[in-house]
Write a protein that binds this ligand. Structure first.
Ligand code: MN
Length: 207
């Protein structure tokens, strides 16, 4: 297949009503169709600007354009992962992790409750806009929690995204106003652990 060269907004793997009451239809539509779309548009605009400058052999402000690219591509990719690691409560969403990821969490954190507490604190304490993320270091065999500022600050290069939670205000403002902690608490009811577990298992297969 020919590479597509530009990004497009992926469809959600469920209906807009599917994550209620934890994420309402109105909130999910706005988040996906407006905010996620804005990062698609933003990333494509940067790519096209670079294409044009190269075609015209014009100068680019590399510092500015690469910062912009990192921000928009970060936003685009994190949202893709975020939608995928959610599922309707009771229909794939919520509950406890199973299999290899469950064992890795227990080995690292002692208990799932301890992991949940640390991840929750990472999410609730992001300064301004950002994300809480779980990744995994294949060298040490340790799952790691990251606290990402904006879409691209505090990331450790080369680590896959296993689980991610968007705590930008745009993710929860309609449903929870300024109560980020309440949104983070609700998130646990719609985590798609099967998806997280599948990502973990395929990472473990890498050489
Ligand atoms: Mn978002």
């Amino acid at each position: 297949m020919e590479p597509i060269k530009l990004y497009s907004l992926p469809k959600l793997p469920y209906e807009y009503t599917a994550l209620a009451p934890y994420i309402s239809e109105e909130q999910l539509k706005l988040h996906h169709l407006k905010h996620h779309q804005a990062y698609v548009t933003g990333a494509n605009a940067v790519l096209e600007k670079m294409d044009k400058a190269r075609k015209d052999n014009a100068d680019l402000d590399m510092k500015a354009i690469l910062k912009e690219l990192s921000f928009h591509m970060g936003g685009f990719r994190l949202h893709n992962r975020f939608w995928e690691n959610l599922a309707p409560s009771g229909k794939g969403g919520g509950g406890l992790p199973k299999g290899g990821i469950a064992k890795a969490i227990d080995d690292e954190f002692g208990t799932f409750e301890r992991f949940k507490k640390e991840f929750t604190q990472a999410a609730t304490s992001v300064e301004g806009s950002g994300w809480a993320m779980m990744t995994y270091c294949t060298k040490t065999g340790r799952p790691l929690i990251l606290q990402v500022e904006k879409h691209n600050v505090n990331i450790i290069p080369g680590f896959a995204i296993l689980l991610v939670l968007d705590v930008w205000e745009h993710a929860y403002y309609l449903d929870y106003k300024n109560d980020r902690a309440k949104f983070v608490e609700a998130f646990w009811n719609i985590v798609n652990w099967n998806m997280v577990s599948g990502r973990f298992d395929s990472l473990k297969k890498l050489p």
